[in-house]
Structures are given as structure tokens and as C-alpha cells.
Ligand binder design. Structure first.
Ligand code: PLP
Length: 434
């Protein structure tokens, strides 16, 4: 469910007319719905009711400081993967003592930063990493809390580039080595085993892979509870959202009328399947959702530059490009594109919706049917709240887009469009060229 809907044929985010946002702040601009994020979180918590649940929002999905503050106010911790993300959480007023630090290549500096800020746990991906954490903690004279990330060798059933739980992926320790790694920790004086973790991959649409993975790892969690008194089991993130039919998926009826398989599993279905497997462990259960909380809570506003007739196909050229939203170019992912002002009397056009970047990959949709669009008219690319701005870049020297947060009838710019001066601030012409 989400808070994007047409009111009097004008697309609104909550009570805010998106055309007004575009007029004020220009395009391309990301707009996020704070209420949608809060509702997504509440639904997830409700789905897993009955467990001692710790939600750690995955900062990588959308790390805007306002978004992080919002989740912190709602009582989540964070799943971070870099020193930059740690600093973002702190800058937003979030807490590290309820947050976890994941990633296969944590540097000594990042480990120190996490320890100095009392991280809840490191999610450890290898034995050398365990040694490094032990070493840094020893230098600081502290004990580092860690959880072993276990690679359960289960196919997430998702896109190959965002699957992480197979034996051929770089993530986690093989299941058969987990107990040995826990034993080996006995020799390390500055680490303490606090939990186990798994993460299968992103944009999972069926509950089955996670059931399989939890079934495999739960006996190890139970054993480590007995032998090492671990406190928690994190089942990672990865719950998918509806990219097709995105506007309709905002309404509760849609979830009831679409059969499972035609839509992603809902938080309620995840909970119903997993709570009976997890509750008997008597451990705190952690979840690290990113996309599920922010994905359908954001859109990217864009303006039409031209309608271009090509040989055998037409192109709708818009002012957002693959640098602003790379998912379609990177993963061939689908995003719905809708006009900000709906006019059902207009004829339709069929076109590839493309950006201005000098790459053929700079294409948001192929042969998409839309209402006829003229130069200067406004569009919204839906379901862009996760892995949108977070993956944006400056290719073609385009500025990073603006970000706006909406709540009810209030909205505020939470990240101004980058200026040219900001873009080149760290560059210089060396003396030998002057
Ligand atoms: C360890 C870990 N946890 C959580 C997430 C969040 O995934 P998602 O945004 O699909 O929920 C990721 C993303 O890849 C991850 O690697």
C-alpha cells in the first residue's frame, strides 16, 4: 500500500499535488511519502507480531538524512555497510547501539568508527574479517560484538545481480563452517559472538526461499544459543515490492484480488510463514528491510523534453536519465510511468521513454503506452524510493537530483539539486598545466 493517488486527475503524494512540487523545485526530483514509509514499517511489525523483533532499516536503499531521522523516530535501528553510512546514521540522529554493520570488506578505519560509536554488532562475512575486528577492538581495549553471516546456499529467485545467498556469491560463511568459526572465536580475546545472520538477496517475491534458508540456519542458531548464548538471529532483508501495477498496488483491494505469484508476497504472508519457524528459537529476531520500507514510498518526477519520431519507433525524451535512476539500465527493471495530469480524453502514444544521457542503455521503458505527451509536461516514474537516489551519479556531468519529503499536506526540500560548483569543488587544474 502507498500514498500516491490521483485526485481530480492530478497525481498526489499524500495531500500534496506533485505538479506543485515540480514547479517549485524543478525536475528531475525524487519525492518521498513519509506516511507510506511509516505504514510499511507498521505492516511489517504487525506481520511479525509475537516475536521479539528488531528492525534495522537498510540505509543503502535510501540514505537521505530526513528518511533516516524518520525511521529513527519510528524506533528502528539501521543496517549499514560503510563508514559513510555510519556517519549518515549519526548525522541523522540515529543510534548505532541498535544498528548492525554488514559488508565483505570493512576497513580498519570503518571498524574503529563503528566500535567508537558502540555498534550493536558486526555481521561478519569471513574468518580474516573476524581477525581484523579482533585486532582493532584489541587496540581500542574493547570487546566487539559480532554475528556470523551464514551463506545458506539458497536461490533467492530474484535477479542474478542482486542475489547474495548462493554458494557462488561473495557473501557470508558456508553453513558447514559456521560452528567451526564460532569455536575458533574462542581464541580471539576481543570479539564476542552475539548472533547469526543471513540475507538471500533483494526483491524476493516469494516467501519460499526465505523459508528454505531459515529452515537450514535455524538449527545452527539453536546450537549457538546453547553453546555461545547468542541473543539474536537476523533473517536479513530482501522482501520485494510491486513494480508492475504500482499505482493499483497502493490500494488494499489490489492485494486481495491478485493471486500470490502475480504479486510479491506481503509482509503478512512473510510473518505467517516465518513466525512459527522463528518463535521456538527464543531468540530476538532481526529484519533488515530496505526496499520494502522505501521502494513504493518514492517517485521520480521528470519533464518531457521532446516526442521524437524515429524509424519504426518513437521516443519520449525526458529530463531524467540513467544517472538519476539507474535500475532500468542496470537490471532491466520495470518502473511504471504515469502523467502528473491525467487526461482520459487524449489519444495514446507508444514510445520508448528515454533520458538525455549519451548511452543507449539510458532507457526507462520500451514500447510503453502512455497518454499523448507534449514538451514541458510532467511525468512520475513510480516505485523509485529505494535504490533510486542512493545509486544516482553524475555521468555526463549531470547534477545529482533534488529530494523532497512529504507528510500529509506538508512538504520540504530535503536535498537540494547539486550545483555545478558543488560538482567540481574537489577538482583542480595542476600547476604543471597552468
Ligand atoms: C545484508 C543486507 N541486508 C539488507 C539488505 C536490504 O535489502 P532490501 O532492500 O532488498 O530489503 C541488503 C541489500 O542487499 C543486504 O545486503
Amino acid at each position: 500500500m502507498h500514498q500516491f493517488h490521483y485526485k481530480d486527475q492530478n497525481l498526489h503524494c499524500e495531500a500534496v499535488d506533485l505538479a506543485a512540487v515540480a514547479r517549485l523545485y524543478g525536475t528531475p526530483t525524487y519525492v518521498y511519502s513519509a506516511t507510506t514509509m511509516a505504514e510499511n514499517l507498521a505492516r511489517l511489525r504487525q506481520g511479525f507480531a509475537g516475536l521479539d523483533l528488531q528492525v534495522c532499516y537498510a540505509v543503502k536503499a535510501n540514505g537521505n538524512l530526513a528518511v533516516l531521522r524518520h525511521f529513527s523516530n519510528l524506533g528502528t535501528g539501521f543496517d549499514v555497510v560503510s563508514g559513510g553510512e555510519i556517519r549518515r546514521v549519526i548525522a541523522a540522529g540515529g543510534h548505532l547501539h541498535t544498528s548492525v554493520f554488514a559488508g565483505v570488506g570493512k576497513t580498519e578505519d570503518e571498524i574503529r568508527l563503528a566500535l567508537e560509536n558502540e555498534i550493536f554488532a558486526f555481521h561478519v562475512e569471513s574468518e580474516p574479517e573476524l581477525g581484523r575486528i579482533n585486532h582493532v577492538a584489541g587496540r581500542l581495549g574493547v570487546i566487539a560484538p559480532v554475528a556470523l553471516r551464514i551463506n545458506p546456499d539458497v536461490d533467492a529467485g530474484s535477479h542474478a545481480k542482486i542475489s547474495t545467498g548462493g554458494s557462488g556469491h561473495k557473501f557470508g560463511l558456508p553453513l558447514r563452517l559456521a560452528t567451526a568459526a564460532a569455536e575458533a572465536m574462542g581464541k580471539l580475546k576481543h570479539v564476542r559472538l552475539r548472533g547469526v545472520q543471513l540475507h538471500l538477496g533483494s526483491q524476493q517475491t516469494s516467501v519460499d526461499p526465505l523459508i528454505g534458508a531459515v529452515t537450514k540456519v535455524a538449527p545452527v542458531a539453536a546450537e549457538l544459543k546453547r553453546t555461545h548464548a547468542i541473543e539474536y538471529f537476523s533473517i536479513g532483508g530482501g522482501m520485494g515490492i510491486a513494480y508492475h501495477d504500482a499505482l493499483a498496488s497502493g490500494r488494499a483491494e489490489w492485494w486481495h484480488t491478485q493471486p500470490p505469484g502475480k504479486r510479491p508476497a506481503s509482509p503478512e504472508e512473510y510473518g505467517a510463514a516465518l513466525v512459527p519457524l522463528l518463535a521456538p528459537l527464543g531468540l530476538r529476531i532481526m529484519i533488515e528491510p530496505g526496499r520494502l520500507l522505501t521502494g513504493n514510498a518514492g517517485v521520480l518526477l521528470a519533464r518531457v523534453e521532446h516526442f521524437k519520431r524515429g524509424a519504426g519507433k518513437n521516443f519520449l525524451v525526458i529530463d531524467a536519465g540513467m544517472n538519476d535512476l539507474v535500475r532500468p539500465a542496470m537490471y532491466d527493471s520495470h518502473h511504471e510511468i504515469v502523467p502528473l495530469q491525467r487526461d482520459t480524453t487524449r489519444p495514446a502514444l507508444v514510445a520508448d521513454v528515454v533520458g538525455p544521457v549519451c548511452e543507449t542503455a539510458d532507457c526507462f521503458a520500451r514500447a510503453r503506452r502512455l497518454q499523448e505527451q507534449g514538451e514541458g509536461e510532467l511525468l512520475a516514474i513510480l516505485s523509485a524510493g529505494a535504490y533510486g537516489f542512493a545509486m544516482a551519479g553524475r555521468y555526463n556531468s549531470r547534477p545529482l537530483p533534488a529530494e523532497v519529503l512529504v507528510q500529509g499536506s506538508s512538504f520540504e526540500l530535503v536535498n537540494a539539486r547539486e550545483s555545478f560548483e558543488q560538482q567540481v569543488a574537489n577538482e583542480k587544474i595542476p600547476a604543471f598545466l597552468q
